[in-house]
Design a protein around this ligand. Structure first.
Ligand SMILES: Cc1ncc(COP(=O)(O)O)c(C=O)c1O
Length: 398
């Protein structure tokens, strides 16, 4: 078959591919511990499940009107932005999509022309760079430093901006590093963005998963004029254990949102009607479930970071947000066993899959080789078992 040229510019998502590989091995009966999935292992809280069931039973099973999100949900999203993020949006500035992934993609479709540059700090969530490439844009990757919690500095951003820069992508708390931008760092970045007059997509999907007193700040709240240049992205997947329901949303300048709605009208029409009613309950209903899950993640974070740091060759910073540990494993490069020689994070990931039956994702998938990403959105027992298995497998290496 002859495929469009743009297909040679992109790869399948590294995380989705690793998730599929782990799933396939499990289906084959392999006793595998998978710390791949970027999704809470908890069930969707019961009151949210009930809202979905109620939506089915009361006939909320048609195309939604408007397709860009039911009015009640848009109102709830506006309230959430006001209360949590000090951002004032009107309903016509909101789009509800099939996951935050689609919000981001729709914005890239609307904003990025062939040759436009998009600044992306690395490590980055796998989809950003490929979505930009798919639309003919050029990702300009800015490597960040571990001792700055993998956060890009204002100076780095300024140096990366050229006359072709259209946009910058921010993600705090970050997948895969768990890094959270401080108020002062974000303010300095906001100043550069305002000075350059470029757009910013700020992916805030992990905002509720913060530890050690870290605070989440929405960049659009820092400088009034940024409201016209910012798409603030969020969703219910991570905070409410609703990954499979596929509800994300974005808020931004009305003309940007109107164009994104136009794109969505030609691709998915609307997000699943049932899921929209469940998301409405997630945002308007009791919020205790969010804190309960956050506390569980915090315990598991402490467990996995300590465990990883006790493994030979692993150095893991303590992440301040999200639910990923991202250890540096470069000290293991050059080691070998009857399995073969470990020369990269991809090799180590394969070694752990084969010899420890533990699945994780290589840092290369996030634009930063030398690291592995472990999701700790898994039970404490699985985390402990994974650590024990890795410890045993590493004894093979010389
Ligand atoms: C940083 C980041 N943004 C967006 C998403 C997509 O979330 P959704 O399930 O809402 O599409 C993910 C999911 O892994 C993510 O890690």
């Amino acid at each position: 078959m002859s495929f469009a040229k743009r297909m040679s510019n992109i790869q399948a998502s590294a995380t989705v591919a690793a998730f599929a590989r782990a799933g396939e091995l499990k289906r084959q009966g392999v006793d595998l511990i998978s710390l791949v999935a970027g999704e809470p292992d908890f069930d969707t809280p019961e009151h949210i499940q009930d809202a979905g069931i109620e939506a089915i039973r009361t006939g909320k099973t048609k195309y939604t009107n408007p397709a860009s999100g039911i009015p009640e949900l848009k109102d709830a999203i506006c309230n959430k932005f006001q209360q949590d993020n000090n951002l004032s949006y009107a309903p016509q500035q909101i789009i509800v999509t099939c996951g935050a992934k689609q919000t981001i993609f729709d914005a890239i479709v609307v904003l990025i022309d062939e040759g436009d540059e998009v600044v992306i700090p690395a490590p980055y969530w796998t989809s950003y760079a490929d979505q930009v490439r798919l639309m003919g844009g050029t990702p300009v990757i800015v490597p960040t430093a571990p001792d700055r919690n993998f956060c890009m500095t204002a100076r780095q951003l300024q140096d990366a901006i050229s006359s072709r820069t259209k946009m910058v992508m921010l993600n705090s708390p970050c997948n895969p590093t768990g890094g959270v931008y401080s108020h002062s760092d974000l303010q300095a970045i906001a100043d550069v963005i305002a000075w350059a007059g470029i757009y910013v997509i700020t992916d805030e999907i992990y905002e509720k998963l913060l530890y050690d007193g870290a605070q989440h700040i929405s960049i659009a709240s820092l400088i009034p004029e940024l409201m016209n240049k910012t798409l603030t992205v969020n969703g219910v997947s991570k905070a409410y254990a609703m990954t499979g329901w596929r509800v994300g949303y974005g808020a931004g300048p009305q003309d940007l949102i109107a164009n994104m709605i136009k794109v969505q009208s030609q691709e998915t029409t609307n997000t699943c009607s049932i899921s929209q009613y469940a998301a409405l309950e997630a945002l308007n209903g009791p919020q205790g479930c969010v804190e309960t899950m956050r506390q569980a993640f915090e315990k598991r974070r402490n467990q996995i970071v300590e465990g990883l740091n006790n493994l030979p060759g692993f150095q893991c910073r303590t992440p301040q947000g999200a639910f990923y540990a991202f250890p540096d494993v470069t000290k293991l490069f050059g080691a070998s066993s009857s399995w073969g020689k470990i020369e990269s994070d991809i090799d180590l990931c394969n070694f752990l899959l084969d010899e420890a039956r533990v699945a994780c994702v290589p840092g290369a998938g996030f634009g930063t080789s030398g690291y592995l990403r472990f999701s700790y959105a898994a039970s404490s027992q699985d985390i402990q078992e994974a650590l024990d298995r890795i410890q045993t497998a590493l004894t093979q290496l010389n």
